[in-house]
Design a protein around this ligand. Structure first.
Ligand code: FAD
Length: 490
């Protein structure tokens, strides 16, 4: 392994939470929060709980090692790095991804498994990176081994800031806004400029991947690259949004106080990227095919569908408890709402199964789940998720804002709270716990950010719909309907 892909840790495979925390302490990224440099990232109050949660996920993989880990070269490594060759590999991967998502009820969009699926797909299709005459396949294979064997977490950014949305980064009034290459040397490239959202800026590494569908022009080549860096590298800083963890603890805010992943803008200022960490460069064709040709789009979506199945299960469990607890089971519109979520759950499970059934080896010998059912899932979920949140609001109504805190429960008003906050089947304290969870899933800043995330994290849903429209001409179906018209319905 080359030096640029080495660090002092000696983890040798799947990590524990303490390994992740130590690494963060030793190599903290430069985070800016509300105008100040964060001095101690590991213990910084607005993200501390999110950091602890990510560490706990690394421990969880060991307590669920039968599903989440596999043995490779005598070491236990995360199964989320698997490069499947056979259906049995894909099924085992699916089980691992579902198990991992259950850790956070599907609320951690940037759990490491998400980007592990990208990196594994690139490595499984590494020869793709050699098209265009440049030899990058070795870089991706080495990097894959580096990330898997050290079990590192990644954030990523695929979005250029678009001051003017009508043109690409090279044709902006100020073409230096978007991250671009300023210098090239024998040992690497230098990058300056911004990249938009990087969720989980306290990850170990950042992947700066091609912004989709770049203009094919010489001017755009300075923006055409894919590279990876440690998040603490010189010349890289992150500007964070306000925290959605209000700091009132898990009893009061069961989701916000656990799963604050943080979103940030990445700013590069002459950041140096050694060639070993570059996967493609100045090749717009490669950039534009990057995800689809390597199977990464399908593999990442497969992970997301697993996560979304778990997320729907959480909502189904939550609203079922609310219905029972508040005695709403007699009302028909409640049945319809529950059925709506249940049908979405069945649809997502069916999409997952169909993608497994139709999985095929790609040109590089990696098994890739069938794309069409996954694309249908990717289209549906950004519409289903806000609807589930709306249903929680419709069922919870004022119950979502009449919620004493745990401090109230422990205080002198306890007797009154016990009397006035009970529901037909729940003691006051039980109802408050349940409805606090429902509030955090549907009303809090955390809930709002989750809705925004599910609407957009995969890209603009309108563009994704256009892609479906363009790729599915439905010619046979038109022909069938035309025949029906011609034959007068016989
Ligand atoms: C919470 C959250 C977390 C995220 N995390 C990450 C991450 O970790 N890494 C990452 O790379 N990205 C991340 N994203 C960014 C995500 O990739 C983008 O939000 C997505 O690609 C849409 O781009 P945009 O936000 O610039 O929206 P815009 O492109 O600005 O779109 C805004 C609106 O304008 C419409 N619009 C824009 N252009 C057109 C057009 N030409 N024709 C018609 N309508 C148009 C869109 O449909 C949309 O309704 C995250 C986003 C969110 C919200």
């Amino acid at each position: 392994m080359s030096n640029v892909l080495a660090f002092n840790g000696n983890y040798g495979g799947a990590r524990k939470g303490s390994d992740f925390l130590q690494h963060l302490e030793r190599r903290p990224p430069e985070l800016w929060y509300q105008g100040k440099l964060v001095e101690n990232v590991r213990n910084f109050e607005p993200i501390r709980n999110g950091v602890e949660t990510l560490a706990a996920l690394y421990d969880y993989q060991w307590s669920h090692s039968d599903r989440m880990l596999e043995t490779f070269d005598g070491k236990k490594v995360s199964r989320s790095f698997s490069i499947p060759k056979e259906k049995s590999d894909l099924f085992a991967l699916g089980k691992a991804l579902l198990t991992s998502a259950k850790f956070s009820q599907g609320m951690l969009g940037r759990e490491p498994a998400y980007l592990n699926r990208s990196i594994a797909s690139f490595a499984g299709s590494a020869d793709f990176f050699d098209i265009g005459g440049k030899i990058f396949s070795n870089n991706i294979k080495e990097y894959f081994r580096f990330v898997r064997d050290n079990d590192l977490s990644l954030t990523h950014t695929i979005l250029n800031p678009r001051v003017n949305r009508r043109v690409g980064p090279a044709f902006q009034h100020d073409p230096t806004v978007a991250a671009h290459v300023t210098k090239e040397s024998d040992s690497g490239i230098f990058v300056t400029g911004a990249r938009l959202v990087a969720t989980l800026p306290f990850a170990d590494e950042i992947a700066v991947f091609p912004a989709r569908l770049m203009d094919v022009s010489d001017a755009s080549k300075d923006y055409a690259f894919a590279f990876v860096l440690p998040t603490n590298c010189k010349g890289l800083k992150f500007i964070c949004r306000d925290s959605i963890d209000y700091g009132l603890g898990r009893n009061n805010h069961p989701l916000s106080a656990r799963y604050e992943e943080m979103d940030a803008v990445a700013l590069f200022d002459s950041a140096f990227i050694p060639w070993e960490r570059v996967f493609c460069y100045r090749d717009i064709d490669v950039c534009n095919q990057f995800y689809d040709a390597t199977g990464a789009t399908a593999h990442v979506t497969y992970q997301v569908v697993c996560k979304n199945i778990v997320k729907i299960e959480f909502f189904l469990g939550l609203i079922s408890l609310m219905i029972r607890g508040s005695g709403l089971e007699a009302f028909q519109h409640i049945h319809e709402k529950m059925a709506e979520i249940w049908a979405g759950w069945q649809a997502m499970k069916a999409f997952k199964s169909a993608s497994e059934a139709g999985a095929r080896l790609n040109d590089f010998g990696m098994l890739v789940p069938d794309w069409s059912p996954l694309e249908a899932a990717r289209f549906m979920f950004p519409r289903l998720y806000p609807r589930m949140v709306e249903i929680v609001q419709q069922i919870g109504a004022s119950g979502l804002v009449t919620l004493p805190t745990s401090e109230d429960l422990d205080g002198p008003l306890r007797d009154e709270i016990d009397k006035y906050f009970q529901s037909v089947r729940l003691e006051a304290a039980e109802k408050i716990d349940l409805y606090r969870l429902a509030w955090d899933a549907s009303v809090s800043a955390f809930a709002g950010r989750q809705v925004l995330y599910e609407r957009f994290f995969f890209g603009d849903p309108v563009h994704m719909a256009t892609r479906i429209f363009r790729n599915n001409k439905c010619s046979e179906l038109m022909e069938r309907v035309n025949n029906f018209i011609r034959d007068n319905g016989v």
